[in-house]
Design a protein around this ligand. Sequence first.
Ligand code: DP6
Length: 329
Amino acid sequence: MPPSLLPARATAHANIALAKYWGKSDIARNLPAVPSISLTLEELVTETEVCFEPRRKHDQLLLDGRRATAVETRRAAKLLDRVRAAAGIEHRATVTSTNHFPTAAGLASSASGFAALAAAATCATGRELDLTRLSALARRSSASAARSVFGGFVELPAGAPGEHGLAARPIAPPGHWDLRLVLAITAAGPKSVGSTEAMERSRTTSPFYDAWVASAPRWCDAVKRAIHDRDLELLGTAMEQSTLSFHCCAITSQPSTLYWSPATIAALQTVTDLRASGVPVWSTMDAGPHVKALCEAVDAPRVGNALKQTPGVLRVLFTTPGSGIEVSS
Ligand code: DP6
């Protein structure tokens, strides 16, 4: 085996959007219809190893200690195909990926998963890592993964791809603002409908989709300004509007995608009540029933306690601003 095809490992952290991505302008190229901004989270990590092997006939994916399904393997193989094409090799790969997420959290791992896979696979071909190209590569598989390449506060623009493809870019490092995202886990297991399918349903059937696409850039601008000024009220308000608006599209699509459970509503109410009692805290959600509460570090214990006592909340996780991908070979 040439030395350039030694196994490579990468770690990437999950991210939560503060201004949400929902909907594509180009499905084939996986281009987002709206810009988004996220916070990379230190506590949610995926570790991936890729080894290209001359004698292997098919790509093999081992996910959290089990053999991945055909659908999961195909999605990973598409990314590997792009890496192989860029490197001019045809070797198939063995991919071993482990999510070091707190157990049974029911949190999505595609962002950290595809960011780690893109980094490990590129590194395993012996090619130099260019973070912008890497982000564009991860984005082709899952748009939110483009953001997990970078640490801290990260923006993924919408619109036409640049020279190296559409990529995310960092807007502030993790140390810029010591925020906490307190995750209220309201269900175990995977979500009912995946985000890719749900956002496409929204685009094609929700009467509110066009209004969402028209409004999202404004919330993104507000979130960006709020990060720059460390203005939590501006950030929280825009984040809640962005969240509720994309869920509005999902709920009003045909068939409806309702991710909310009674525990979701109870947790949202807890956040609203805390705020009414003077605690600066705002909520967000993704394509699932969990509620994520954004607050200053000093308020996190109180927010966590209130969420723990909320009926239907199974557990609470405290997360902090995290770093971007790291590779080793
Ligand atoms: C609600 O990145 O999972 O979490 O590009 O189809 O893989 P694909 O979608 P994905 O969508 C994430 C949607 C979201 C909001 C966000 O992370 O911005």
